[in-house]
Design a protein around this ligand. Structure first.
Ligand code: RIB
Ligand code: CA
Length: 317
C-alpha cells in the first residue's frame, strides 16, 4: 500500500483532494500537516479537521506547521475561498484537534521511519517542506517523491501574470524544494482549468446525490463559484488540488508529461513566484539553463473525463 503524507493550506479545493485521498482504497494517509496559505494557519487546521470529520474514514493525525512564509508576510486567498476558506457557509465546527508535535518534526519522523516509501503531496505553499529540508536534508533525501500542486505550468499565473498562488505565497520555499534533489512531480494550474473544473451539471449531480462528502465538496466551494461567476461569468469551480490528487492516485490520467529544469524566481519583484520550466527544447541561443539537469517531471495534460469520473466515484462512494 502506498504511504502518503499530505501538506495542505486547506481551502475549499484542498478539502476535495483530502476527501479523495481519505476515501481511496489505494493509499494509506500516514499524516496530514497544515500550513498558512489560502487562509491563516489556524483556519487551515480547522478546515482540515472538519474535512476529516465529514469524511469519517480512518482519521490520520494532523500536525500544525508554519504560520508564515520563510521570508515574506502571508498573502491569503480569502477573496477566492471565503473568509473561512470554505465558502463562508458556517460548515466548519470541528470537534477533534491536532497533535501536539510540530509539522516539521512529524514529517522528518515519518520519513526517517519509512525511508524511500513516503510520497508527500503538497497542495499549498511548501513552507513546511522547505523547513524540513533545511533542518535535515539527509532525512528528506529519503522521501520517495513529492507531488506538488504548484506553478502556472505552461500557462499564465493566477496570482500575478506569471505566478501561481502556492508558489507566490512562499517562492523561497519552492526554490528550496526544487533544489533539494527529491524526485518531484509538478501539477501546474494550467492543467486544472477547462473541462477539469466542475460545471453546473456536475455540481447539481453531487448536491442531489445526498452523499455528505459530495454535498460538502460543493457547498464549501461556494465562494470559489461566486468568484468565478463574478470574474468571468462562468458557472465553474476549478479544483487544482483535486486534480493534483487525481494525478497522485491515478498516474494513467496524465496524458503528457515532460522532464524540466525548473527555476523559481525570487529576486525580481515583478517576476516573484514565477517558475521557469525549461524542457530542454532546442533554442536558437543559450537560455542560460542549458547546463542544468531536470529537477521535476511536469504534467502537461490530463484526461479530464477519466479524472472526473474517478473523482466522482470516490466522492459518491
Ligand atoms: O493556485 C491554486 C492553489 O492555491 C490551490 O492549492 C489552492 O488551494 C491554493 O492553495
Ligand atoms: Ca491548496
Amino acid at each position: 500500500m502506498r504511504k502518503l503524507w499530505i501538506d495542505t493550506d486547506c481551502g475549499s479545493d484542498d478539502a476535495v483532494a483530502l476527501i479523495m485521498a481519505l476515501k481511496s482504497d489505494e493509499v494509506q494517509i500516514e499524516g496530514i500537516t497544515t500550513v498558512c496559505g489560502n487562509v491563516p494557519l489556524d483556519l487551515a487546521t480547522k478546515n482540515t479537521l472538519m474535512t476529516l470529520e465529514v469524511t469519517n474514514k480512518e482519521m490520520p493525525p494532523v500536525y500544525v506547521g508554519a504560520s508564515k512564509p520563510l521570508a515574506k508576510d502571508l498573502i491569503t486567498a480569502v477573496n477566492v475561498h471565503g473568509q473561512d476558506g470554505m465558502g463562508d457557509c458556517d460548515l466548519i465546527h470541528p470537534t477533534i484537534g491536532p497533535e501536539k508535535r510540530h509539522a516539521v518534526e512529524a514529517i522528518l519522523d515519518i520519513v526517517k521511519k519509512n525511508p524511500d516509501e513516503i510520497e508527500i503531496v503538497t497542495i499549498g505553499p511548501v513552507t513546511n517542506i522547505a523547513l524540513a529540508i533545511m533542518k535535515s536534508p539527509k532525512t528528506m533525501s529519503k522521501v520517495k517523491r513529492i507531488y506538488s500542486m504548484g506553478t502556472a505550468g505552461f500557462g499564465r499565473g493566477n496570482t500575478t501574470a506569471v505566478s501561481e498562488f502556492n508558489v507566490y505565497v512562499d517562492a523561497e520555499a519552492y526554490s528550496i524544494m526544487l533544489n533539494s534533489g527529491i524526485p518531484i512531480t509538478i501539477i501546474g494550474f494550467d492543467v486544472c482549468l477547462g473541462d477539469a473544473a466542475l460545471n453546473k451539471e456536475d455540481m447539481e449531480m453531487l448536491l442531489n446525490s445526498g452523499v455528505k462528502e459530495a454535498v460538502f465538496s460543493v457547498q464549501c466551494n461556494k465562494s470559489l463559484l461566486d468568484y468565478n461567476l463574478k470574474r468571468s461569468g462562468e458557472h465553474i469551480v476549478d479544483l487544482p488540488d483535486a486534480v493534483a490528487m487525481g494525478v497522485v492516485l491515478w498516474d494513467d490520467i496524465m496524458t503528457d508529461r515532460v522532464d524540466c529544469y525548473c527555476y523559481t524566481c525570487i529576486h525580481e519583484e515583478k517576476a516573484y513566484g514565477q517558475v521557469i520550466l525549461d524542457d530542454g527544447a532546442v533554442l536558437a541561443v543559450s537560455d542560460g539553463f542549458v547546463s542544468n539537469e531536470p529537477n521535476a517531471v511536469v504534467c502537461k495534460s490530463i484526461d479530464n473525463d477519466l479524472f472526473k469520473n474517478r473523482m466522482f466515484e470516490l466522492l459518491l462512494k
